[in-house]
Design a binder for this molecule. Structure first.
Ligand code: ATP
Ligand code: MG
Length: 553
């Protein structure tokens, strides 16, 4: 077992685990990732996944994937399947089967009875409003329910009837009998079971009472022998309650460790809000490439390795912090720079005619797939006398340091010849529509003698280029913290999606869904796995080559 010498950077959770292993408190590490299947996973979940599964791998232990499906009204199989897919895609395995809180419903029910029998739980019949009023406030003790001292017998009978479906939703509730004056509000006789006549995605209508999250979570961890139950800070105040349940039930008590949740700028992460974005069609589904969901990031072309390295880089702490979206984008760039093949694509085309090149001639120029990795091979680029270059690579009156095309200026065509701009053709409105250039045909793969040409621009053959759809994405929100806006929907960036056409080298027509390329000098683009047709790839801009937002600040 690895203890002191663990890979990865240190964090306070590793320190706790190391101590537990040294002291013999535990001889293995069992963690879990417990999503509620009421939405798709987002980048915050990814942090928790990388942490829990990462620690299990590091200490050769186990991490369970356990669906916390105690609220049937919001949970669906669609979400279960999406979550499984996302966890697997992130590179983690959960053993033979995923686990479900609903597998433990019978056990939790027996435990509820045990607490009733011990005089530690009672059926309350106040309505919701009375219960709220009697709960007290942070500065004021609560008031005991008039039903608090029901006999064990009566409580058992009522709870049985709750289970049998004899009562309407909300008419009774099972509560723990702790202390209505506890300074920690979570200990003021919290609810354990409620009546809910609803179809459960796995147990159907078998149950019409459901355990509350707080009554279920700690016991589920206990059943699974979870050694370190890692959760976000908002559960710190619930820890005494979980410990109370485990102690009263006399069962194994996992150690809960809280960490600060991930907050990402220009993003919302509440599942309720993400669901609203989907339902109200502000985005094109949970996997819209602008969404902070794992499935959206995958569709956009973020590699799983980039998300893992992001989660490692931001670390784990106990202080709430905001992480800038640009850190995630940097991780994506770093990863894609290593792995993606280079291609040429022109997004804002300007015609170039090579006047000294025979117009019936076509040459195939060899271009490496990856400049730093010759072992990745090459592809051929058709070259002829008619080309497209990018409009931004030409200026009529360029400043000195503009090492691209301008009157009488020379530039190298990437993987091709050096050309010189001899003549500028304009239309009636004065717009530049074409450049007449001459090529130095002695410069293929070598520098000209006696002069230096600094700039390199990308291009495609106008007679061979393929037209494809390109979707450029910007941040979904244009405010750093959309949750702070009066209405987060007002913070939506109206220009988060820009659809255009690009002229690309013909080899890209064979690109398949999910493949990512670097369009040289432009950015990284991934073939959309949903909207692309055979020979008709649609490209999603995964990330620009540089951080455009950083420049604006
Ligand atoms: P909601 O958005 O409804 O509050 P949730 O994001 O807490 O829900 P769960 O399905 O309960 O959704 O989350 C599963 C696990 O992921 C929990 O253990 C939770 O602590 C963790 N998690 C959720 N959001 C974040 C986040 N932003 N950063 C780190 N971990 C998170
Ligand atoms: Mg939650």
């Amino acid at each position: 077992m690895s203890t002191a010498e663990t890979p990865g950077s240190s964090n306070f959770i590793r320190t706790i685990i190391n101590e537990d292993l040294h002291s013999g408190k535990h001889d293995q590490v069992i963690t879990r990732f417990p999503p509620e299947p009421n939405g798709y996973l987002h980048i915050g979940h990814a942090k928790s996944i990388c942490l829990n599964f990462g620690l299990a791998t590091e200490y050769q232990g186990r991490c369970n994937l356990r669906f916390d499906d105690t609220n049937p009204t919001k949970e669906e199989d669609e979400y279960v399947e999406a979550i499984k897919q996302d966890v697997a895609w992130l590179g983690f395995a959960w053993g033979e089967q995923p686990l479900f809180a609903s597998d433990y419903f019978a056990q939790l029910y027996r435990w509820a009875i045990k607490l009733i029998e011990k005089g530690k739980a009672y059926v309350d019949s106040q309505n919701a409003e009375e219960m709220r009023a009697n709960r007290g406030t942070l500065t004021q003790a609560g008031t005991d329910s008039p039903y608090r001292n029901r006999s064990v017998e009566e409580n058992l009978q009522l709870f049985e009837k709750m289970k049998n479906g004899d009562f309407a939703d909300g008419s009774h509730i099972l509560r723990a009998k702790i202390d209505m004056a506890a300074p920690n509000m979570n200990l003021r006789d919290p609810a354990m079971y409620r009546i809910l006549h609803a179809q459960h995605h796995r147990t159907g209508d078998k149950w019409c009472i459901y355990p509350m999250y707080d009554f279920a979570h700690g016991q589920e961890d206990s059943i699974e022998g979870v050694t370190h139950s890692i959760c976000t800070l908002e559960f710190e105040d619930h820890r005494p309650l979980y410990e109370w349940f485990l102690k009263e039930l006399e069962i194994f008590a996992p150690q809960q460790i809280e960490f600060a949740r991930l907050n990402l700028s220009y993003t919302v992460m509440s599942k309720r809000k993400l669901l609203q974005l989907v339902n109200d069609q502000h985005v094109d589904g949970w996997d819209d490439p602008r969404m902070p969901t794992v499935s959206g990031m995958r569709r956009r072309g973020y590699p799983a390795a980039a998300i893992r390295s992001f989660c490692e880089r931001i670390g784990v702490g106990r202080n709430a912090s905001w992480i800038d979206l640009s850190i995630l984008e940097d991780c994506v760039r770093e990863q894609l720079n290593e792995t993606s093949f280079r291609r040429q694509a022109v997004l804002k085309p300007l015609k170039v005619t090579i006047t000294n090149y025979p117009h019936d001639k076509v040459e195939e120029l060899e271009a490496p797939n990856h400049p730093q990795r010759p072992e990745q091979g090459s592809r051929m680029l058709p070259f002829c006398n008619e080309l497209w270059v990018d409009r931004d690579d030409f200026m009529q009156a360029p400043p000195k340091k503009f090492f691209r095309l301008g009157p009488d200026r020379e530039v190298r065509l990437r993987n091709g010849y050096i050309i010189k701009c001899d003549e500028i053709i304009k239309d009636d409105s004065g717009e530049v529509v074409e450049l007449k250039c001459s090529a130095d045909l002695d410069t293929l793969g070598k520098n000209p003698v006696g002069r230096k040409v600094k700039g390199i621009i990308h291009w495609v053959s106008a007679r061979h280029a393929a037209k494809v759809t390109v979707r450029s994405y910007d941040r979904l929100f244009n405010q750093e913290n959309p949750d702070k806006a009066e209405n987060y929907l007002a913070a939506l960036n109206p220009e988060s999606l820009h659809v255009s056409e690009a002229l690309v080298e013909p080899s890209l027509l064979a690109a398949r869904g999910g493949e990512t390329f670097q369009f040289e000098r432009v950015g990284y683009f991934t073939v959309d796995s949903k909207d692309s047709g055979e020979g008709q790839p649609v490209f999603n801009r995964t990330v620009t080559l540089r951080d455009a937002w950083a420049k604006m600040k």
